[in-house]
Ligand binder design. Structure first.
Ligand SMILES: [Zn+2]
Length: 140
């Protein structure tokens, strides 16, 4: 009996330690504030897909389909609005970044006549910069 109680206490202690540890551990990845919105968006899209599927199968009347679709689209618009509002809150200058992702700017072509370190331009290609003394060609 004593052994059983001791075992119980030991198990309890282990569970306690594990629980506390799990709580103390920082989250592995910071959760994006957009994550729950993305999840909601995904769920709505899935519902729309299901709806279309059922409509095509003839399980839904035209009216039901249109109504449900309208509801889902309204919900989606709400989520999108929330995403925009959140972006507005998070952006430092207070303007919402464009929804379309900007193209990554092309890397500048390397000018053999200007120093990659200090930017000084020369009339002829040089091995070393006459201004800062560093090699003119960026090592690949
Ligand atoms: Zn230089």
């Amino acid at each position: 009996m004593i052994i059983a109680i001791a075992a119980l206490i030991a198990v309890g202690a282990i569970v306690f330690i594990l629980t506390v540890r799990a709580k103390d551990l920082p989250e592995a990845e910071p959760v994006s504030p957009f994550q729950h919105l993305d999840e909601r968006k995904a769920a709505i899209y899935e519902n729309l897909r299901d709806l279309q599927f059922e409509y095509r199968l003839g399980k839904l009347s035209d009216h039901d389909y249109q109504e449900t679709k309208k509801d889902l689209q309204r919900e989606l618009a709400g989520v999108m609005g929330e995403v925009d509002r959140l972006k507005l809150q998070l952006s430092p200058n207070g303007t919402a970044p464009p929804r379309v992702r900007q193209a990554v700017p092309e890397p500048q072509p390397i000018d053999p006549l200007s120093c990659p370190h200090c930017g000084t331009k020369f009339a002829q290609p040089l091995k070393f910069c006459g201004e800062c003394g560093k090699p003119m060609k960026v090592q690949a």
